[in-house]
Design a protein around this ligand. Structure first.
Ligand code: LLP
Length: 419
């Protein structure tokens, strides 16, 4: 990640801190976030939008890393916040986001979530289905409020990504199809407790080919007449592995393509908003592990002290990551030891990197998996009674814990003792 380099002994530095020392000081596994990289990405988004679409509203899709320090940092950088539940709403408010910079998503919003959104006066509730309309109108009317909304449209386009994170196809649990959107626009316009501001689409995540955004804008354009805003839903991928680097568009290209599509197909007047998640935080984060054992049978198994509990992505999406020994990165051209880096959990599919090449891995080595800042901490769990790792911010050669490691007592902290 940006902000990382090597010292004269070839040891990895993260935000100026020695990765081995970070592992010693904070324990492993640990999520490490290079604060400067977070800020740099946030600024890249803000400045690209300022140049191409002045006044655009950029929010962080907080599901990618719902941690207060990350939220605060991005709030300071002037971003808004996209939340997908009452819990994420509470996190965003607690982190300091003004309600008028928050919007609420969800394909199954509860009464309580809608009430919280209205009572806090958030910027937008994103309508996902007809029931949202009726419930939200009643809740707002009962409180004498007018709630601004956008409508999530399913444009029926398919980006190239894993099925599990593809959402723009007609047969999706998210959003409303083109025809239902048309009738929903009329319905919302007839309800005095709701104010229709615009449309929204999110067609999928980890997208590397920008053309799909142009197709999505083209699909919703006929619906946008007279509306103030269109939210383009984030979705830009990150390069998890070296072979993806060449495929990855820059933030600049991504913004330029999206804005050009809106200007050409919808018009100059409409306000643009976007809500990237992964591409804001992914590259800023790495995970540190310690090797516990190296075993050889048909394969060479390098087993670490974390795994599917701190990074579900390989298991859920077949996601590929790179991995290195933090003080012995494999020299270019060297074959190294072909191995499988696996976790400590009781499942054969608990594989972090199936086709790793490491420089002579041995117990005690600190391993690093780059680009784990998005959807790692967010989806962490305590399977096999493994407490969740800390989040450590690094910068200018200093580190600070922003989420402490879960304590083992917390594993039974919610258990109600039998009488
Ligand atoms: N907006 C909406 C409505 C979304 O559902 C999402 C992501 C985003 C924005 C942000 O998309 P991004 O810029 O991060 O692509 N757990 C999966 C990713 C799930 C994405 C869910 N929605 C993974 O680890 O790949």
């Amino acid at each position: 990640p940006l902000g990382s380099a090597f010292d004269e002994r070839g040891r990895l530095l993260l935000g100026g801190c020695d990765a081995i020392e970070l592992a010693r000081e904070h324990g492993t596994p640990a999520y490490v976030v290079v604060e400067d990289d977070l800020r740099t990405q946030a600024r890249a988004y803000r400045s690209a939008f300022e140049r191409h679409a002045p006044g655009a509203h950029v929010s962080f899709a907080s599901k990618a890393c719902p941690c207060t320090a990350v939220l605060r940092t991005l709030e300071q950088e002037g971003l808004g916040c996209d939340v997908a539940s009452g819990g994420e709403l509470a996190l965003a408010l607690n982190a300091g986001f003004a309600p008028d910079r928050i919007h609420l998503h969800g394909n199954a919003k509860s009464e309580a979530e809608l009430v919280a959104a209205v009572e806090h006066g958030i910027r937008h509730v994103v309508i996902d289905n007809g029931d949202d309309v009726e419930r939200l109108a009643r809740i707002a009317a009962e409180r004498g409020r007018v709630q601004p909304v956008t409508i999530r449209v399913t444009p029926d386009v398919r980006g190239e990504t894993h099925d599990g994170i593809s959402t723009g196809q007609a047969d999706s649990k998210f959003g409303l199809g083109i025809d239902e959107t048309r009738t929903t626009i009329d319905r919302v316009r007839g309800l005095p407790a709701l104010r229709l501001d615009g449309l929204h689409f999110h067609i999928g995540s980890q997208l590397l080919d920008l053309d799909v955004f142009r197709r999505a804008v083209a699909a919703i354009a006929p619906l946008a007449d007279g509306l103030d805003e269109v939210n383009l839903g984030g979705g830009l991928g990150v390069a998890y592995t070296a072979d993806q680097v060449a495929q990855l568009p820059s933030v600049e290209e991504y913004v330029q393509v999206k804005v050009a599509a809106v200007r050409a197909l919808i018009g100059d007047r409409v306000r643009i908003s976007d809500e990237p998640g992964r591409s804001l935080v992914g590259r800023a984060g790495v995970t540190l592990y310690e090797v516990q054992t190296v075993k050889r049978n048909v394969s060479t198994w390098v087993a670490v002290d974390g795994g599917m509990a701190d990074n579900l992505r390989p298991m859920l999406y077949g996601a590929r990551y790179e991995v290195q020994v933090a003080d012995r990165f494999l020299a270019a051209g060297s074959a190294g030891t072909a191995c499988r880096v696996v976790g400590k959990h009781c499942e054969s599919s608990d594989v972090l990197v199936a086709d790793a090449r490491l420089d002579d891995p041995r117990p005690g080595d600190v391993l690093v998996t780059p680009v784990t800042g998005a959807y790692g901490y967010a989806m962490a769990n305590t399977y096999n009674g493994v407490p969740r790792p800390p989040v450590v911010f690094v910068g200018d050669g200093r580190s600070r814990v922003v989420v402490r490691r879960e304590r083992v007592e917390e594993l039974w902290g919610r258990d109600v003792p039998a009488a």
